[in-house]
Design a protein around this ligand. Structure first.
Ligand SMILES: Nc1ncnc2c1ncn2[C@@H]1O[C@H](COP(=O)(O)OP(=O)(O)OP(=O)(O)O)[C@@H](O)[C@H]1O
Ligand SMILES: [Mg+2]
Length: 234
């Protein structure tokens, strides 16, 4: 079943168009990866789901509901969480305070989510009282992902979760993403480490200049000679 459908959108920032006739589908419980060169519009595509763009034509549907013109806070309340590419933690708050911020829209008891986040990221449990600004890049990324999970999302949007991380952290983050997914959360992520990400992906999209250039099951994209040559470093 399709959970998210970016249905043929054209739009961007104000009157400046960045995305053209973009079409993406994310099925329930899938991992979908968006790859492509710098400036292709990957982050912009993700922001289109979170009410952060001017969409001129086309629609964004989530769980059968048209959310094209909905405000960000309303979209978050429907069960979508977004981890931006940069500035994604509150540096002057502790790890635990950052996590609690993620639950601010919830009216129910979120202690179960906190235990779940600490189970996924044992490092964060140890450092729960430490200021997020004093953590390493990899640990800050974990805080950002943990905070997003605290809202109990159905769909988690991750913009380059492994950017700038050491190979050790990259492997760890990918493995945690797989765990989050197997616990029932649908994932849409942008990744520069396209090959590793596509290995995890049910489906992938390769964006060039705001348009879909290639799409298909992750493993098929990895095998595609043109995709290999142009986007996966041969
Ligand atoms: N807030 C903004 N206002 C106006 N233009 C923007 C804004 N953010 C991004 N752009 C422009 O939109 C285009 C696509 O940017 P975007 O950040 O979506 O690319 P990307 O594929 O995520 O690139 P990267 O790999 O560098 O993260 C770029 O030309 C960029 O300059
Ligand atoms: Mg980007």
């Amino acid at each position: 079943m399709t959970l998210l459908h970016i249905d043929n959108i054209t739009g961007g920032y104000g009157s400046v168009h960045i995305l053209y006739d973009l079409e993406m589908k994310v099925g329930q419980q899938e991992i979908v990866v968006i790859a492509g060169p710098n400036g292709a519009g990957k982050s912009t595509a993700m922001k289109s789901v979170f009410g952060m763009l001017t969409i001129e034509r086309g629609t964004v549907n989530f769980g059968g509901q048209d959310i094209t013109t909905h405000r960000t806070e309303h979209i978050a309340g429907l069960g979508i969480a977004y981890v931006p590419q940069v500035n994604n933690v509150f540096q002057s708050l502790t790890v635990e305070e950052n996590l609690e911020m993620g639950a601010y829209l919830r009216k129910d008891d979120f202690s179960g989510s906190l235990s779940q986040v600490f189970a996924l990221f044992p490092d964060l449990k140890k450092k729960r009282a430490q200021l997020a600004g004093t953590l390493s890049g990899g640990q800050r990324q974990m805080v950002a992902m943990g905070r997003a999970l605290m809202s109990g999302p159905q769909l988690l949007l991750l913009d380059e979760p492994t950017a700038g991380l050491s190979p050790k952290y990259m492997t760890q983050i990918f493995s945690i993403i797989r765990d989050i997914n197997s616990e029932g959360t649908t994932i849409m992520m942008v990744e520069q480490h396209a090959k590793q990400a596509l290995k995890l992906a049910d489906n992938g999209y390769i964006l060039v200049a705001g348009r879909n250039r290639h799409e298909g099951p992750g493993k098929e994209l990895i095998e595609d000679p043109e995709v290999q040559k142009m986007f996966l470093g041969g």
